[in-house]
Design a protein around this ligand. Sequence first.
Ligand code: MTE
Length: 300
Amino acid sequence: MANRWINTLKDSDVTPETTFLNRRQMIAGAAAAGLASIGGSLSAKEALEPNSYEDITQYNNFYEFGTGKTDPAANAHTLVTAPWTVEIDGLVDKPGAYTFEDIMKAMTIEERIYRFRCVEAWSMVIPWNGFELADLLNMAGVQSGAKYVAFETALRPDEMPGVRFPVLDWPYVEGLRLDEAMHPLTIMATGIYGKDIPNQNGAPLRLVVPWKYGFKSIKSIVKITLTDKEPATSWNKANAREYGFYSNVNPEVSHPRWSQASERPVGGGLFAKRIPTLMFNGYEEEVAGLYTGMDLKTNF
Ligand code: MTE
């Protein structure tokens, strides 16, 4: 595909992943992500041992392609990801339809190895390729009145078999406060393990906010709106009691139907032990300051 980020890795570098990500690279990735010191009971190595490419791409949530974990891998090939444009509008100096190619030309692609924590209490570690969302927002020119960023996924009934079912109010939408969106840990991912991001993971670009539950990571984004009002979010609309706007990983605040104090690392085998969940998914040092003075029990 023209102008997609091209990597220099071969398939042989990717399987097994340990040949791609040796210890030194992992630490470099962690340092780049500002994770040189991870708190809590996990060592940096345990916290950042990446999952296999297969785990990451065969166990997904992307309800536009079905609600089962293997549905996206089976069905998302029908999504046409080129050409792709992202409309950026609202409180910006340069609103418009930005082509994926133009975005990729303007952005600096890096590798970021991030912990991923799903609200269903499983977790993964994923080597993303992508760019900081702040760079994209700055390209559009954020106006002083903007307080939030709203995101929208493509809605294409012909390409998305799951949207025939009203499991969510389509299109999938998400939102961040502007300071969360501008934080350097917040990225737009365009690749995994140095390959273009597969459709089931949200091609051609999806949000990744590593200190929030996975459902905040909206996929296959076609619209970004800068606004002064808190945007609606799909899961909050579906069930406001269970899913709040902030959705920060917080072991001290239980989901109404289950505890969030521990998690099951995917790929560890049937008898893999659960591990304690860290505040802000281990990124407390970097992001706790965004929430100073807020009651995180009511703002869950
Ligand atoms: N984005 C869209 N458009 N549709 C979805 O159903 N699911 C969310 C999030 N983004 C979802 C989405 C949920 S619940 C999770 S856990 C993550 O995507 C899963 O991302 P992954 O499949 O790359 O692990």
